[in-house]
Design a protein around this ligand. Structure first.
Ligand code: GTP
Length: 235
């Protein structure tokens, strides 16, 4: 396996599948199976999941809600997704631990870096809920931060598109996909990988990112085996 310890970032929206809101059972079970296959090969897996299928802080602000309030609600939304993913993984026999950046001790452990690493070493999949626990940060930033803390080899950003393009492929038909791109090219060309806070954290800590289509079966496995899937951002 090319990667021994990965941080997998999943989008909340992707959990909706074909639905307009919430969690699609088929989709979440499909993710659980993909993750299980990689886990069975001994890869240490940490996961951060977004909450956009349930609540988006930024949109709530546009509707007049105070930003921090909306952001905290978004963090709770990530907990709902994290709990659902935890159940899905356990239902297929994968041991998990859920840690939250905001303490909710009746529901899960608090985030404790050393404990998280210990869980990974014992082959438990660790899910980090509640983002970073702070407003004004995204779950992409939580993914970068946690990946750096647990010394993951790579951040795998699973999305609905299959990589990074020269322009938005949905708006510009001439947009071309990169197989590999450097951090400085992303800065220079203003490419859309993650928000800048998340991206800068990875850049400053020499953590590569791979953006890939998580909905294509087998992609996750191919990636950790070292196949060229999606777009890799490297140095
Ligand atoms: P080891 O240190 O390897 O034994 O890890 P462990 O996670 O099995 O040990 P621990 O006794 O800490 O946890 C047992 C179970 O309780 C696990 O499912 C944990 O996720 C859970 N757990 C631990 N701390 C908390 C907490 O503060 N709140 C909640 N809700 N669950 C917790």
């Amino acid at each position: 396996m090319k990667y021994q310890r990965i941080l997998l970032k999943l989008s909340g929206e992707a959990l909706m599948g074909d639905k307009q809101f919430g969690i699609d059972n088929v989709r979440i079970m499909q993710y659980a199976q993909e993750i299980k296959a990689v886990w069975e090969r001994g890869v240490e897996i940490a996961i951060v999941i977004g909450g956009g299928n349930i609540f988006r802080g930024v949109q709530a602000e546009q509707g007049g809600m105070e930003r921090t309030q909306g952001d905290y609600m978004g963090m709770l939304a990530t907990m709902i997704n994290s709990m659902a993913l935890q159940s899905a993984l356990e239902s297929v026999g994968v041991p998990t631990r859920l840690q939250s950046a905001i303490e909710m001790k009746q529901i899960c452990e608090p985030f404790i870096k050393r404990k998280a690493v210990r869980h990974l070493e014992k082959n438990r999949v660790v899910i980090f809920g509640s983002g970073t626990g702070n407003p004004f940060f995204t779950t992409d930033t939580a993914a970068s931060l946690r990946a750096i803390e647990i010394e993951a080899d790579v951040v795998l950003k699973g999305t609905r598109v299959d990589g990074i393009y020269t322009a938005d492929p949905e708006k510009d038909p001439s947009a071309e996909k990169y197989d590999v791109v450097t951090f400085s090219e992303v800065f220079e060309k203003g490419l859309n990988v993650m928000d800048m806070t998340a991206f800068t954290l990875c850049n400053e800590n020499k953590l590569p990112i791979i953006v890939f289509d998580m909905n294509k079966s087998g992609n996750l496995m191919r990636l950790v085996q070292g196949d060229a899937v999606g777009t890799k951002v490297e140095f």
